[in-house]
Design a protein around this ligand. Structure first.
Ligand code: XUL
Ligand code: CO
Length: 435
């Protein structure tokens, strides 16, 4: 046990008027929104890596944090870290967490030792999950930090690294399965390249496709019923990452015939890095039938880095949850805080209150999104914009038409289409009434 969070109370909902910093103003897990409890809509998860493994370093300086579970180089410290993590989940009432193998156990001297350590901590997690009711949203493998992965994991030019990758994924999928994880995530950290001068793109794409097929096969073999998720990101750490965005991942899945097997975990900051809005990525994934889960951390809009900050912008959250609700809400997915403190935020209180603020921002966004949907004006206006397609003749254009038929329609019908306003500013004004 640690006393790291001892001075911090359990966080409860007290409403928007409270003066208490250690309270939720908007997140009431039991409040029913569109027929479902808020906790069941949002399905919040703490990211183990940022909250417990990251030590506050940046490219210009090392560790700034002091934690009772440092140095993170023994199984004793790994267990202490787990104690602290589960204490924090309880303080926040967060129903889920997510982890990589490297976050939860020190690297061993061999693959076998690393895997045995993961097994050991998986057992420890299992006991704690049973005692506290905390669940695993997803597990994943860290295939990017160790130097063996510097030229990629599945896409590495060295077949030994490909094999090491498969073995590592197997161990992490086994751990996720044992803990009843609801998803398994694959973020292609270094699956990309720095320079085309030494890279065979076509070969690396085949390797990535083969690895994904093996993951799908193994999932079915062990009876893992969770969802496999790819997390797109366009760059950082590699200059050009293969899983650039939702559209690119969909093309890749189609290419390998896996679009029915794998969905996406969409991160707000990654969407922005790819030059998209978060809601664009969510809407596209839903339209393509591959929407799975979200990582709710924003970037700094000026620096252009993946700064993994906690969400605070309610209008942004409203537009995001609007797409999530329109997609039917989460099934196995949820809202993972893949967010870290700024490196000057040293205290246990900072860690707790960053999550409290993020949970409140998401809750406000969800409620605004639900109100917009229940009001229905936005969807009615969108439907009206396409109302011309409701006739049988218009539908025939999509099913039976040829270019000659189009030519006939225009000439015989004397068609002279007149543009209509897209009403963008009026729609933006409408949204602003809800946020
Ligand atoms: C990196 C990132 C990862 C994934 C899991 O940008 O988002 O933490 O979420 O590997
Ligand atoms: Co992420």
């Amino acid at each position: 046990m640690t006393d790291f969070f001892n001075d911090i109370p359990n966080i409860a909902y007290e409403g928007p008027e409270t003066d208490n910093e250690f309270a939720f103003r908007h997140y009431d897990p039991d409040e029913v929104v569109m027929g479902k409890r808020m906790e069941d809509h949002l399905r919040f998860a703490v990211a183990y890596w940022h909250s417990f493994a990251w030590e506050g370093g940046d490219p210009f300086g090392g560790r700034t944090f002091e934690r009772p579970w440092y140095p993170q180089d023994s199984m004793e410290m790994a267990r202490l870290k787990a104690d602290a993590a589960f204490e924090m989940f309880a303080r926040l009432g967060q129903p889920f967490f997510c982890f990589h193998d490297a976050d939860v156990r020190p690297e061993g001297d061999s693959f076998a030792q690393s895997a045995a350590r993961l097994d050991e901590i998986t057992d420890y997690f299992g006991q704690k999950m049973e005692a506290t009711g905390t669940r695993l949203l997803w597990g994943t493998a860290n295939l990017f930090s160790h130097r063996r992965f510097m030229a990629g994991a599945a896409t590495n030019p060295d077949p030994d690294v490909f094999a090491y990758t498969g073995a590592t994924i197997k161990s992490c999928l086994d751990a996720t399965h044992r803990l009843g994880g609801e998803n398994y995530v694959m973020w292609g950290g270094r699956e990309g390249y720095e320079t085309l001068l030494n890279t065979d793109l076509a070969r690396e794409r085949q390797q990535a496709g083969r690895m994904l097929q093996m993951v799908v096969d193994y999932k079915h073999k062990i009876g893992f019923t969770g969802t496999l998720l790819i997390e797109p990101k366009p760059q950082e750490p590699t200059k050009h990452q293969y899983d650039y965005d939702v559209a690119t991942v969909y093309g890749f899945l189609k290419d390998f015939g896996l679009e029915g097997e794998v969905k996406v975990n969409i991160e707000q900051g990654h969407a922005i890095l790819a030059g998209h809005s978060f809601e664009h990525e969510l809407a596209l994934a839903a339209a393509l039938g591959i929407f799975g889960s979200i990582d709710i951390n924003r970037n700094d809009y000026q620096s252009g880095w993946d700064t993994d900050q906690f969400p605070v912008n309610v209008p942004e959250m409203a537009l995001a949850y609007y797409e999530v609700l329109k997609a039917g809400g989460f099934t196995t997915g949820g809202t993972n805080f893949d967010a870290k403190l700024r490196r000057q935020s040293l205290d246990a209180e900072d860690l707790i209150l960053a999550h409290v603020g993020g949970m409140d921002a998401c809750a406000r966004g969800l409620k605004a999104a639900a109100a917009m949907l229940e009001d229905g004006t936005l969807e009615r206006l969108r439907a009206e914009r396409y109302a011309g397609w409701d006739t049988e003749d218009a539908q025939a254009l999509l099913t039976r038409a040829t270019l000659e038929h189009c030519d006939d329609c225009v000439r015989k019908g004397n068609l002279d289409p007149q543009p209509r306003s897209g009403r963008q500013e009026r729609l933006e004004n409408l949204v602003n009434r809800f946020v």
